[in-house]
Design a protein around this ligand. Structure first.
Ligand code: AHG
Ligand code: MN
Ligand code: MN
Length: 350
């Protein structure tokens, strides 16, 4: 059927009133107190980092020195891409002389990075994954950035940032930027989840959807099945169940932000369980799974390590990893039920 010309008329809701990210954050905070002003200013700087990274990604194949590896390994033992380094530095530079963020901790830095001139006033820490899914950079597929804001507690005199070793409920705000066909920013300050699309002609993130509520069930499961042979029996049983039942379909892009964004909007489950080589899985708690768990829960979904709520998990080190099961409540609970059954059988045989 040929679409009527009416269907090409722009939806009135799309061009409505152009709520920008900065206006939205202030509306959400509904306060002129210092902390509200700070969080709003921090969000604006994160948005600036997102714009700078998006700009570079959009020209990556046309510029020298953007694609490929640096030849170095990060603290995780992973090969570092040039974009990882660029994006890591962008987040640092947007917070210099901001008076906002005293410390930044990222996947690419073994220890927190201090901006001493901010510390007398900026009592916040930014935790971030500058480029998530960096294996996608060189092939022009979606990648993301993940961020989390926490209050600094205590003086951190020895510079070890031990106050960061707390559960995910301590986050003040969290979100991600998805660099796809368009650049999206999704965030929560604990009052729902909201998405924004970067309008490059304005250079502004414009509100796309407010108070995202995810379905309680979805057909998608997102997991790297190449790890099948390395999983516990319970996870293998769960995947066999998926294979044998109608109504499920698999999607996995190798970039958590993109895969999670699909789950957030359409429902389903993303999982990265422990493997034989990495019993705690691959994903890092403070700047990958905890911020995403916070968003998922704010949207009415569920986030689990398999044995406990992910946001309750207290890390013992900065780069702590956790198994992660994130998504629609019913779908996460299905995975948990297989894990519980697996544990029950282990106890019975002991
Ligand atoms: P990063 O690029 O920040 O290291 O993150 C990659 C992560 C995540 O984005 C993705 O879901 C996962 O690693 C993919 O890992 P596998 O290749 O092991 O599936
Ligand atoms: Mn990552
Ligand atoms: Mn990364």
């Amino acid at each position: 059927m040929v679409a009527s010309s009416a269907s090409f008329v722009e939806s009135p809701t799309l061009d409505r009133d152009c709520t920008t990210l900065s206006r939205h954050v202030l509306q959400q905070l509904q306060s002129f107190e210092a902390e509200a002003q700070d969080i709003s200013a921090i969000m604006n700087r994160i948005a600036l980092a997102g714009k700078l990274i998006a700009r570079r990604l959009s020209r990556a194949g046309l510029m020298e020195g953007v694609l490929g590896f640096t030849g170095e390994e990060n603290v995780q033992g992973e090969s570092v891409k040039k974009m990882d380094v660029y994006a890591n530095d962008v987040f640092i530079s947007v917070f210099k002389q901001s008076g906002l963020v005293c410390r930044l901790a990222s996947e690419e830095m073994e220890k927190p990075y201090y901006i001493p001139e901010n510390c007398p006033v900026g009592r916040y820490t930014l935790l971030y994954d500058p480029i998530d899914g960096s294996s996608n950079v060189d092939i022009n597929l979606n990648v993301g950035s993940i961020f989390s804001i926490r209050q600094q507690e205590g003086e951190d005199l020895n510079g070890e940032a031990e106050d960061l070793l707390q559960d995910g409920h301590k986050q003040l705000a969290a979100g991600y930027i998805l660099y796809g066909p368009s650049t999206m920013l999704v965030y929560s300050i604990g009052k729902g989840v909201h998405s924004f699309i970067l309008d490059p002609s304005l250079g502004e993130f414009i509100l796309a959807e407010e108070n995202i509520v995810m379905p309680s069930h979805g057909k998608i499961y997102s997991v790297n099945e190449g790890n099948f042979w390395q999983w516990e029996d319970s996870i293998r049983e769960y995947i066999r169940y998926m294979h044998r039942h109608d109504g499920y379909t698999a999607r996995y892009s190798g970039a958590l932000v993109g895969d999670l964004h699909r789950i957030l909007t359409q429902g389903g489950v993303f999982l990265y369980p422990g493997t034989q080589k990495k019993p705690e899985g691959k994903l890092r708690l403070l700047y990958e799974t905890a911020p995403l768990a916070w968003l998922i829960e704010q949207a009415g979904g569920k986030a689990s390590t398999g044995t406990q709520p992910l946001l309750d998990f207290v890390p013992t080190m900065l780069h702590q990893r956790t198994p992660a099961i994130l998504g629609s409540t019913e779908d996460v609970e299905l995975v948990e039920s297989f894990i519980r059954e697996g544990l029950r059988q282990v106890v019975q045989t002991v």
